[in-house]
Design a protein around this ligand. Structure first.
Ligand code: THU
Length: 131
């Protein structure tokens, strides 16, 4: 999928954000190994700590629909530079995605950071650690 189309999808995901408290909308686009597109947005709660970030919404949606293997994650927010996923999301991303999987971080301007799951969370605690 080309960069423009994927950014448009990320913006459309962002528009569904439920953010009455922070007013800060985030969108995520998760591409499964078989090229299904799963969108996610942040969903806040009056009990603030129960907020679910856009990245985790996308991953939990995908997993609950039977997907386990992913090839690309794109995240967008109205930040000064490319948006930076929180620590909780980095851990959840690392549960399901390989260290090599590309992650694209965007903002509403032209900023773009191409990184990987491993760069976002080096030395993550992983399922193998429980063996
Ligand atoms: N948020 C995300 O959804 N993803 C990120 O990468 C950063 C933060 C959300 C959580 C909360 O709804 C709002 O942004 C402000 O922290």
């Amino acid at each position: 999928m080309d960069e423009k189309k994927i950014k448009d999808l990320a913006v459309s995901a962002m528009q569904n954000a439920y953010v009455p408290y922070s007013k800060f909308k985030v969108g995520a686009v998760l591409i499964t190994e078989d090229n299904e597109v799963i969108l996610g947005c942040n969903v806040e709660n009056a009990s603030y700590g129960l907020t679910n970030c856009a990245e985790r919404t996308a991953i939990f949606k995908a997993v609950s629909e039977g997907h386990r293997r992913f090839k690309h994650l794109v995240v967008i927010g109205d930040t000064e530079g490319p948006i930076s996923p929180c620590g909780a999301c980095r851990q959840v991303i690392s549960e399901f995605c390989s260290k090599e999987m590309p992650v694209t971080l965007l903002n509403l301007k032209e900023d773009r950071l191409e990184t990987t799951v491993g760069e976002l969370l080096p030395w993550s605690f992983s399922p193998q650690d429980l063996d």
